[in-house]
Design a protein around this ligand. Structure first.
Ligand SMILES: *Cc1c(COP(=O)(O)O)cnc(C)c1O
Length: 486
């Protein structure tokens, strides 16, 4: 056997020695000795592997050992780096599932922190000290908000309706199908047998719920008569799925929700709408037409309506169910309801978000304030960025672009916007975008036509100064040609 690796191995310090050296150096004393020992072992093991693979000479090993405390420190930094990190969304896609969908309002964040820190009356009625249900914390408020948004008297909806929340809209749909249609048939248009994303396919969830799919119509055209003809003794439910992420254009037809509700009423069959987006405000003012309104659905006379909490509603991840009192009671009595329930933090964030809608403080809901930002305001911010980056080595210019609403609104829903378009003298656009994701906080940008676009609609204005500084620090000063004046 070759003697040389043995000599190299013998140069490696003992863990104990290294620990003393590391402790004496800059390692923070807040880390336990066990943790630092593990990190040290990991670094030594890596060097041993390198020696084994023939990757070291005596000199390279000496150099490596000189830096070993630094390596232990960086090992520790990597181990302590949170996996879930705050990022700057400069894609201009307002609702992006990959980036955590809706940011919460300040009020919601404060409420979450306040409730998280201690105990709360999650399932206790304070007046009597008796046990209560957790869903009381949003039910009345939610129904009042829906009444308000549909210009009905406060409390008008509470007489006939109930509401409950579960983990997400997929869970809400699953619970609804299982509760209302297990063992029976559910009538759905072939144009609505969709995949919402992330593996949520209507036919699959329907099967798993124990219901039997009864498809009617064709992909592009389904008439009310198709539904009528499909009704039989085993029919339990009529399902309407909002076409959130695609559009069928051209020779198309599908009955309105109102027609389905009429049919359901005539045949004594409940109608369930998976509305999806939870859109609370008319989007017409942003040039987005025909977007389904959740409050309108909720009061439409449908037996039950489900939507997401973290799409256009702008709240925490959850699935919101609003329906007739008796149906909501049946959902609550289903043992699955317990398995799909949400925690106190979700209730805290939901309550705060609903209060913003109740008081009309829509500007405090980040999704809505981003929707409302004018292109002109965004352009002015872009100009400030461009000006501040003028002396840096990346070139920046203001460019018109379109922001995308995303998150299950019609796919064509987009808003005029502006972006800071970046180009680096040496890096390709995708390499530059990758560099931006290494920032702290990482910046997620869009790549288009040889440039990296930062659409500032989805970047909070309070971040502008810090982000510009990050860019300037990362890319440094331009080497100024001698003939450039000023
Ligand atoms: C987004 C969406 C869902 C899934 O909602 P999650 O809250 O992500 O579970 C279901 N149905 C429709 C119509 C949607 O738009």
């Amino acid at each position: 056997m070759d003697e040389k690796p043995h000599r190299l191995y013998r140069k490696l310090p003992q863990v104990g020695e290294l620990l003393d050296a590391a402790q004496a150096a800059t390692l923070p004393s807040c880390h336990s000795r066990e943790f630092v020992t593990d990190a040290t072992r990991a670094v030594l093991a890596r060097i041993r592997e390198e020696i084994k693979a023939g990757g070291h000479t005596e000199e390279s090993l000496d150099r490596c050992l000189e830096d070993i405390v630094k390596n232990i420190e960086s090992e520790i930094r990597i181990l302590l780096q949170p996996s879930l990190r705050r990022v700057i969304n400069a894609t201009g896609v307002i609702l992006q599932t990959n980036l955590g969908r809706a940011p919460l309002s300040e009020a919601a964040v404060r409420r979450v922190a306040e409730i998280a820190r201690g105990y709360c009356n999650l399932e206790m009625e304070l007046a009597t000290g008796e046990r209560s249900r957790r869903d009381v914390h949003v039910e009345a408020l939610l129904l009042n908000v829906l009444a308000l948004r549909t210009r009905r008297a406060m409390g008008a909806l509470a007489e006939t309706h109930g509401a409950a929340i579960v983990n997400n809209c997929a869970a809400a749909t699953f619970l609804a199908l299982n509760t209302l249609a297990e063992g029976g048939e559910v009538i759905v248009s072939r144009g609505e047998l969709v995949e919402i994303g992330g593996g949520f396919r209507i036919p699959d969830i329907l099967r798993k719920s124990g219901a039997i799919l009864r498809e009617v119509g064709t992909t592009n055209r389904t008439r009310i008569a198709d539904y009528t003809a499909a009704i039989g003794p085993n029919t339990r439910l009529i399902l309407r799925v909002h076409r959130s992420n695609f559009r069928i254009e051209g020779f198309t037809e599908c009955p309105s929700l109102r027609e389905l509700i009429q049919l359901g009423a005539d045949a004594s069959i409940p109608v369930f709408e998976d509305q999806g987006t939870g859109c609370m405000v008319a989007l017409d003012e942003f040039g987005i037409t025909n977007e389904s309104s959740w409050p309108d659905s909720a009061i439409s006379g449908a037996t039950l309506v489900a939507c997401s909490g973290d799409k256009l509603f702008g709240g925490p991840q959850c699935g919101i169910l609003v329906g007739t009192r008796s149906v909501i009671d049946r959902l609550r009595a289903n043992p699955l309801f317990r398995a799909l329930r949400v925690d106190k933090l979700t209730y805290a964030a939901m309550e705060a978000t609903l209060l913003a809608y109740l008081t009309g403080d829509l500007e405090s809901v980040p999704i809505l304030s981003m929707l409302r930002l004018s292109a002109e305001t965004i352009r002015e911010r872009c100009e400030v960025w461009v000006e501040a980056l003028r002396s840096s080595r990346i070139s920046a210019e203001t460019m018109p672009t379109r922001s995308v609403v995303g998150g299950g609104t019609t796919p064509s829903a987009s808003l005029p916007s502006f972006a800071v378009a970046l180009r680096h003298p040496e890096l390709s656009e995708s390499a530059l975008a990758a560099r931006l994701r290494e920032f702290d906080p990482p910046i997620v940008a869009r790549v288009s036509d040889g440039r990296v676009l930062l659409d500032l609609r989805t970047v909070p204005a309070v971040e502008d100064r810090d982000l510009v500084e990050l860019l300037r620090a990362a890319f440094g000063e331009k080497v100024r040609p001698v003939n450039e004046a000023g």
